[in-house]
Design a protein around this ligand. Structure first.
Ligand SMILES: [Zn+2]
Length: 127
């Protein structure tokens, strides 16, 4: 039963590292969006917010394992939302960005809708 405990500890460390990264991203976003950015929130679910099927996972990036931190600015609430994707969605978005560097994909629309829902659910869970 220690496997669950060590997994939780590992995930706590990962969250700590990404909290730092998220903080840095938040500072950048404040510089870019100004007072429109009021806070940030990290999507902690293990299921990919793009496909809602696969678990978020490591991505093989240039031969190295990486966990890519992404962020989306939920303008209506002034919240910068950080999230991870599964490797399939990450690779898809990466491939699309090679073809159309500045174009949003339909998957981004799904991600944003799902993250907004998750964020609102998170807010209502605080009540
Ligand atoms: Zn996915």
């Amino acid at each position: 039963m220690s496997s669950k405990r060590s997994r939780n500890r590992k995930s706590a460390n990962v969250h700590e590292a990404y909290f730092e990264a998220m903080n840095a991203m938040f500072e950048q976003a404040k510089a870019y969006f100004g007072s429109a950015v009021k806070s940030f929130w990290f999507h902690e679910g293990v299921i990919c917010p793009a496909c809602l099927k696969n678990e978020i996972g490591n991505v093989n990036f240039k031969g190295k394992e990486a966990l890519g931190l992404n962020a989306f600015m939920y303008r209506k609430r002034g919240v910068l939302i950080g999230y991870f994707l599964c490797d399939i969605c990450t690779n898809y978005i990466h491939a699309q960005s090679q073809v159309n560097p500045y174009k949003q994909t339909a998957l981004h629309t799904d991600i944003e809708r799902n993250l907004e829902e998750a964020y609102l659910k998170h807010l209502s869970s605080l009540n």
